[in-house]
Design a protein around this ligand. Sequence first.
Ligand SMILES: Cc1cc2nc3c(=O)[nH]c(=O)nc-3n(C[C@H](O)[C@H](O)[C@H](O)COP(=O)(O)OP(=O)(O)OC[C@H]3O[C@@H](n4cnc5c(N)ncnc54)[C@H](O)[C@@H]3O)c2cc1C
Length: 461
Amino acid sequence: MSRAFWLQEMTDDLKPTKALDKAVYADVAIIGGGYVGLWTALQVLEKSPGSQVVILEKDICGAGASGRNGGFVMSWWPKINSLMACCGQDEAVHLAMASAQAVNEIGQFCDHHNIDAHFQQNGWLWTATSDNQRGAWESVVQRCENLGHRVFQRLSNSQIKSRTGSAVHLDGVFDPAVATVQPARLVRGLRRVALQRGIKIYEQTRVTGFEQQSLVKLKTPNGCVTAKSVVIATNAWAAEIPELSRLIVPVTSSIIVTETIPERLKNIGWTGGEAITDSQLMVDYYRTTLDGRVAFGKGVGALAFGSKMGADFDFNRRDSEATEADFRRAYPMLADVNIESRWSGPIDRTYDSLPLFGVLPGHKNVFYGIGWSGNGVGPSRIGGKILSSLALGLQDQWSQCGLVGRRVRQFPPEPVRYLAGSLVRAAVARKEKAESGGDKPAKLDLVLSRLAPAGLEDKAS
Ligand SMILES: Cc1cc2nc3c(=O)[nH]c(=O)nc-3n(C[C@H](O)[C@H](O)[C@H](O)COP(=O)(O)OP(=O)(O)OC[C@H]3O[C@@H](n4cnc5c(N)ncnc54)[C@H](O)[C@@H]3O)c2cc1C
């Protein structure tokens, strides 16, 4: 598998660490070397200096979603309605504020540790690119205002058009607190700091199973880790674990990156460095890079039977073409611009698009933090706070927060999950294609689309 553009673009050495080839002990063993695993490891050391922390990563740190994403560093404010439904008003506001604070903390962490992650806090334009999307943000914006938090600024239609550089954007609101990063630079920077702090990282080391005794024994092909507690931070791959398999569904998201076109971006006025989304369920998300490219993603949402993620989760030609078609539609004046890189990656989708934390049933010292649902760059820092407290057995605001051990709607078992999921996905695709072309969607597609899990934001439908 070739690496995503973000990893290729770095001049850093991506050589893996030595794979585990012996038996080792850990106070906390973490499976998965993405943002969640790395933030958790760093937080364990902050809360319990001197702890022995081990990370096991089947590929290299950043090979999963953390090195492939769109680089939007968002808060949970766009999910305030879902948060309130899951954990009540006070806890929802606390978590939303903490997640907004996490965006700043990531910037400060990068500054402090000289991580050149291209962190830029230029805000997020949440827009409508077809008539039916207008006002999709209204219930979120009003809820925030009613709670006394002015998270979003209302912009005029002409401001939206000029800041996005395209008249396709009809309407929208602006959240100035959102940032963007070059995602691979962030995850590789976290890895560097973790190694400097004495965290043992074994890359090319797949965890193949575990045995629960008073300690937990993690098995890998050529070694094992005996640990006081274990954290599962394997994102969509967690669906392979039977106890977690119905809590999340792995779906794909696809990204294309253009050649460098700084002059063209200047000509159309897209120079503010904002993160931009439309309001489709199969959301289009796009931003510019420091060297003047456009990175344009689409939540294409393909599923895998039995959640067995194959090559389509790295790249799928049809989904990439659909992503490019949306880019060309949003920026018709860039029709001649070359696409230099294309890839896909897995999203660990929950029903309400909020993450889940808990203890693996039957295993008192195995904890999980999964279900980021396409918003994990910023919130993974909160995930690290929660999972480190759980792994260390601390009774604090994080281990007791409303996202831990919550009861959630489960996805159906196979074959219903794949068949029904694919049916709903196709209906959403047809509905959104009709709407973006100004046509009326078929009634059946509207009905089926309502069965889809929640999206990146709590949108009015
Ligand atoms: C295309 C795409 C675009 C996205 N855009 C955004 C965005 O703009 N903003 C945003 O907030 N979020 C976005 N996301 C989501 C975001 O990237 C994730 O939520 C975030 O990276 C979560 O990190 P993680 O550590 O949970 O997962 P990962 O980075 O996937 O880490 C999990 C790791 O576990 C490893 N692993 C799996 N199984 C095993 C095993 N058995 N043994 C050992 N290791 C194992 C994997 O190799 C992987 O490295 C996007 C995701 C994708 C795919």
